[in-house]
Design a protein around this ligand. Sequence first.
Ligand SMILES: O=C(O)CCC(=O)C(=O)O
Length: 231
Amino acid sequence: MITPELKERFQEDGAVVLRSVFSDYWIEMVQRGIEKNLEKPSKYAEWLNTGENTGTYFNDYCNWKKIPEFQEFVEHSPAAEIAGNLMECEVCSIWMPVDPIPLDSTLRLVRGSHQWGWFKPRKFATENDYLPQILPDSYDSIPVEEIDSGKHYILEWSIEPGDCVVFHMRTIHGAAGNSSSTHQRRVLATRWLGDDASLAVRPWEVSPPLEAVFENPPSIEQLPTIWRLQK
Ligand SMILES: O=C(O)CCC(=O)C(=O)O
């Protein structure tokens, strides 16, 4: 499933698309998980609405241990093996839609930006930086104007259920949102860490908050090992 060429592309571009890697069994499992999540959102859930009759963006975090379908997906689907084989180390996200997603509402990623350095994330709701003040020599604001001007190559793929996009967590990414008033755009995003991942302190309130993931005091050892390369 993961060829050396694909691995190289992931390392260079910071994102790749994989086609038909999840069977209907996993797609339906995740769909059921999302339905349960919508019925019983966690305290971290947010609903973003930009105006009347424009639909809603629902977002929730850290539910994989609370919703059995998500836990099953994390522990037994091909996701862990995909993440482990592609990145070897570091950190990646698997963005797995369970509805068809056309180009105009798909995830957009700035090719190679995982190698640019460190940026302040921006809030989904306001598009403001998590931390408004300037931090010299540490974190830059995302160069939105530069990206919008077309200076950088944007990776974007239309998606069918069963496909996924795997991206390095530092790759700058965003999406226009769902332009359809008739079709849902449901996605499960899982985050995967390699052996060399470490817990870092940020000068802003991180999302999700650390207490959603870790017991106090937080430590990386609290995270379970899901997959190991067989040597
Ligand atoms: O699905 C989206 O619109 C955003 C996803 C995203 O930002 C992420 O998974 O990190």
